[in-house]
Write a protein that binds this ligand. Structure first.
Ligand code: SF4
Length: 444
């Protein structure tokens, strides 16, 4: 039996897991399919096509998505024409083997296959066989395919795809392919359009965003050009790699008033021995020297990071080096994880996952506690100061309050005031602080 020929007003539902890059890819998918006539719906039970955009970073993420796909498959009982698709890193990681575990999936599409989605969905009208698109394509930049973004203050702009670093713990280069930078003209076109649509902030996205290179234009040059676009008040970027943090980039961050004074600088470990095992191409000393250079050139800079504990071979001494470095650098906040091996990575193939689970948990708890105390201390330093907040909207916890961010990426909550609305910059006096939030009073 064939699926009925799809008319062009089919309802599309997209569910996204994982990092910001995935969220940005979902916006691209929505742009692509709505231009092809699909209607985006926010109620999964009304959908004709459901796409789940997935993450492969941790095994746990994949297990969770498999459970979710099984749950979504129940919807086929009342809607046998429903198309269920798996997109993103997990598709690329598991390939067609996913169909052994979930044979009811109709589409399996890797991160470089989204352009084929309309045609693949149409092919299902003729043929019930699952459609797969899993080739990695070094030339795929998704040029001229404007994503459909959620309305708001900030828009994400992907400026490069893939990664060439091959850190031993990471699956990304295998599932997202090799590094490629989007031509700068395309990025500027998108940013100018975003400014015209009313977005006040853009965040430039890439797996190693500061490795961007388009001919003679490096990341510092691109950042300068994006920050010069009229109408954009703030520019952020994530995630830079410590090895690509050039002096020119630090100069642009220091000198351009619209480039936010915040750097997310993944550390991973404070032990040079472990950094080598992770194939991170900097030492702990070089990392600390970079932080010192950044803080000297950019007073008031906020610094956030990623840390993994319990990596293969991490001794108590190695762990202590991370713990001590946190106290020395004093990050504003950190994403902290226990190492878990990922099939397909170099660490999985070649290194023993030899730190016992209980010890990994102890180390994780220790760094979380340390970071919480440091975050609280750093946030308390804002008390009594005036900060400029880009207002995002009503506070989720209290309808009488608004929330927004400082250029240092601190969330600020303050009572609603006449004349203060979303998408505007307002001065706020900070009255109190927790490890996660600043609370203040608008002075407009
Ligand atoms: S730089 Fe390392 S951790 Fe980051 S995406 Fe590339 S391989 Fe993964």
């Amino acid at each position: 039996m064939n699926f009925p020929i799809r008319n062009r007003s089919q309802a599309l539902y997209v569910e996204t897991y994982g990092c910001q890059m995935n969220k940005s890819d979902s916006e691209l998918i929505v742009g692509l399919l709505t231009r092809d006539g699909y209607r985006l719906v926010d109620d999964v039970s009304r959908a004709d096509v459901i796409l789940v955009n997935t993450c492969a970073i941790r095994e746990h993420a994949e297990t969770r998505v498999l459970g979710r796909m099984a749950e979504l498959n129940h919807l086929k009982a009342s809607n046998p024409d429903l198309i269920l698709g798996l997109c993103g890193c997990m598709s690329q990681h598991l390939g067609e083997n996913i169909l052994d575990k979930a044979p009811y999936i109709d589409l399996v599409v890797g991160p470089d296959g989204y352009r084929r989605l309309p045609e693949m969905i149409r092919s299902l009208d003729q043929n019930r066989e699952p459609a797969l698109s899993l080739a990695l394509d070094k030339t795929e930049h998704y040029l001229a395919l404007d994503p459909v973004r959620e309305p708001g203050v900030n828009a994400w702009v992907t400026i490069m795809r893939g990664c060439d670093k091959f850190c031993t713990f990471c699956i990304v280069p295998y599932v997202r392919g090799r590094e490629r930078s989007t031509p700068h003209q395309e990025i500027l076109r998108q940013v100018e359009r975003l400014a015209a649509e009313g977005y006040r902030e853009v965040t430039l996205l890439g797996q190693t965003v500061n490795a961007y290179q388009d001919g003679a234009i490096d990341f510092a040059g691109l950042l300068q050009m994006v920050a010069d676009v009229d109408g954009i008040e703030r520019v952020r970027f994530t995630a830079p790699h410590p090895s690509h943090f050039s002096d020119r980039l630090i100069d642009v961050m220091a000198d351009h008033p619209r480039v936010c004074k915040h750097a997310h600088l993944p550390l991973q470990s404070g032990s040079t021995r472990i950094l080598r095992a992770m194939r991170r191409d900097y030492t702990a000393e070089e990392y600390v020297a970079l932080v010192s250079n950044l803080r000297t050139r950019i007073p008031g800079l906020a610094l956030t990071t990623d840390i993994i504990v319990g990596f293969c071979g991490e001794s108590e001494e190695d762990f202590q080096a991370t713990y001590d470095l946190m106290a020395a650098v004093r990050f504003d906040s950190a994403f902290m994880f226990k190492y878990s091996p990922r099939e397909g990575t170099a660490a999985y193939r070649k290194l023993a996952d030899d730190v016992p689970e209980g010890e990994k948990s102890r180390r994780l708890t220790a760094i979380i506690d340390r970071q919480k105390a440091i975050s609280e201390e750093r946030n308390r330093a804002y008390i009594g100061r005036m900060v400029e907040v880009l207002v995002e909207g009503e506070s989720k916890r209290d309808a009488d309050h608004l929330f927004g961010k400082t250029d240092t990426f601190k969330t600020v909550v303050f009572p609603k005031t006449a004349g203060v609305r979303a998408q505007t910059l307002v001065p706020v006096h900070i009255d109190r602080a927790t490890a996660f939030t600043l609370f203040g009073t608008s002075r407009r």
